[in-house]
Design a protein around this ligand. Sequence first.
Ligand code: GLN
Ligand code: ZN
Length: 764
Amino acid sequence: MTLAHTLGYPRIGANRELKKATEAYWKGELDREGLETVGRELRARHWQAQRDAGLDLVTVGDFAFYDQVLNVSALLGAIPSRFGADSEVAEGDVSLDTYFRLARGRAPSGTPAAACEMTKYFDTNYHYLVPELHEGQRFRLASQRLFDEVAEAQAAGHPVKVALVGPLTWLWLGKTKGADFDRLSLLDEVVTVYGQLLACLAAQGVEWVQLDEPALAQDLPQAWRQAYEAAYNRLGSVPPKLLVASYFGALGDNLQLAVSLPVDGLHIDAVRAPEQLTPVLDNLPAYKVLSVGAIDGRNIWRADLAARQEGLADARKRLGERLWIAPSCSLLHVPVDLEAETELDGELRGWLAFARQKLDETVTLARLLGGRATPDDRARVEAASAALASRAASPRIHKPAVAQRLAAVTAADTERASPYARRAVEQHRRLGLPLLPTTTIGSFPQTAEIRAARRAFKAGELDRETYEARMREEVAQAVARQEALGLDMPVHGEPERNDMVEYFGELLEGFAFTRHGWVQSYGSRCVKPPVIYGDISRPAPMTVRWSEYAQSLTDKPMKGMLTGPVTILQWSFVRDDQPRETTCRQIALALRDEVADLERAGIAAIQIDEPALREGLPLRRGAWAGYLSWAVECFRLSAAVAGDATQIHTHMCYSEFNDIIDSIAALDADVITIETSRSDMQLLDAFQDFAYPNEIGPGVYDIHSPNLPEVAWMVQLMEKAAERIPVERLWINPDCGLKTRTWAEVEPALANMVEAAQQLRRKY
Ligand code: GLN
Ligand code: ZN
């Protein structure tokens, strides 16, 4: 036989039960036992789903009330002292509320403290809690949860494989606090605790433990590679058997290291990196199991089972029963169950597979390879082949006009007519703005009324005309408020947008939306990414009438507001039948038409947001340049249609520009607004060192904080900015959009910001 398993399964539940239960618990509406019950029920259901599908092992340890990296931090007793939980750690029983306080700063019990930092897990949209590491830190087995979960699964009669983030990746994801030091100095003790943990699991009768080591798909310093060897030399020699799991890309120069680790099994991602299968087979020691990730755990497309079977025939021949089959990574990154999508048309649905369906695919593939295929398996393969053939030929996907237009794009299409210096003269003449112009990033508060109106509209209780009239009223109010505040470049406020990607996806062809396709983003927060299934085109203008209307209400220059091509790509499930960059160029062309239409409608400034540009960076440094080159080109393709007198803005809300500053400059936006307030304007050093030539709006206050920014504070920040960037090229604006704030917070904050601008103008 060929064993089938999964690296992990979504824990949120088909109806986001985990989200609802944890949020109810935080609000005090559900007690702890109630929350634990929901957790137990979800685990039981998910294990049963794995068994029903026919997996040979169920995965235990992938459940988390918040985050699987935080789970390991709790297991290791890595609880920062500000949480005052030393006695819990000493007793080996970190409480649920301590766990939640690490994640969110507060919990129903315990003293609030600053939450741990959160950041993206490798190149996914999943966020983990960053382990805090300090010199000389001690570790000890400090949580019983995992062992309880193992016992639960065993009591239900399941064959258990435990899955955990491995020791090297856990340390790799950690950040040093206090004086900087080498994280590897902590490895010895971390490995000791992993050793204890594994011994406990062995004592419980667990045969296999999967240790996730996706860091192996990244560039590792030599010391880290040696650390891998040292750590697994210590862990691999006694039961349980270890399966070291790599995913999200090729092992690359870590291949030799990974195959030689003295453990019983290795998992590789053969979806993102199919080319590594043969070299891994050529180098795999004869004692070792190879788990091949053959079903895409990062995307929602139905697998071509016949092709996968063929591609793995050689592996099966060479490995026999040492070949295992799995999804490429944990199914955490895809929605739960396609069955729930009753409103999706049948054809499109036939092209998709969510987590539940991917279990079936995994099992069928394993049975095919193991020579145990049932008639049902054969029917499944045939159905998949038929669906894929329909997808490959569908006129819904392939639009010759889109391809032709793309083929006709030339380098000139990505160049503005004149260089920035020349454009700036025309723009400044046309716009007539004061020194240090004030503006905002686009959105204004999404009030309860706005949200209620949208819900009613989507539910069919409010007709389009009434809904849009209400949104226009919101625009009018936002414009009036900005006039009263004295902002130099107003925006329409984005009340009509639910989400900056979904809004555009709904107006573009080639996008589909699910009803229940939720994926965990962090903690209880889930997102529902659009599905890009076909060639993208823009049937009609998307934003023009909103901007036009807003412009009609004021003499100040209204800033049009678009989401950029890279961000739309990055926050969607993207088709897998053409390169990502091709899809991105298609989006860019659709946006280019929107820019042209806005310009024609008299809009003199257009912002193209690219907050996700940095997120798209590949895991390997060597691949950055290739990505950045097409990402930048796509932005320019959207923007370059604008005439010299139209000012193109862009916005990015992160604070790391050093290593990509040349690409940021290559965007050639006339104005870029960025997050800086929390970096005390030090972020501008990168722009200064690069001699960044265009205009910059460094955010002067943090919109995530409810605190009112003071005039003097913003003045001194801008003075620091002016030490780095010529004052004629500076703008004044908040860090990011204001949609999560209330008007009661926004109005005084912006009033202070305008006052700061006035004081600064008197000075410069
Ligand atoms: N224009 C968007 C807004 O203001 C930008 C959001 C973002 O950067 N994430 O909401
Ligand atoms: Zn932002």
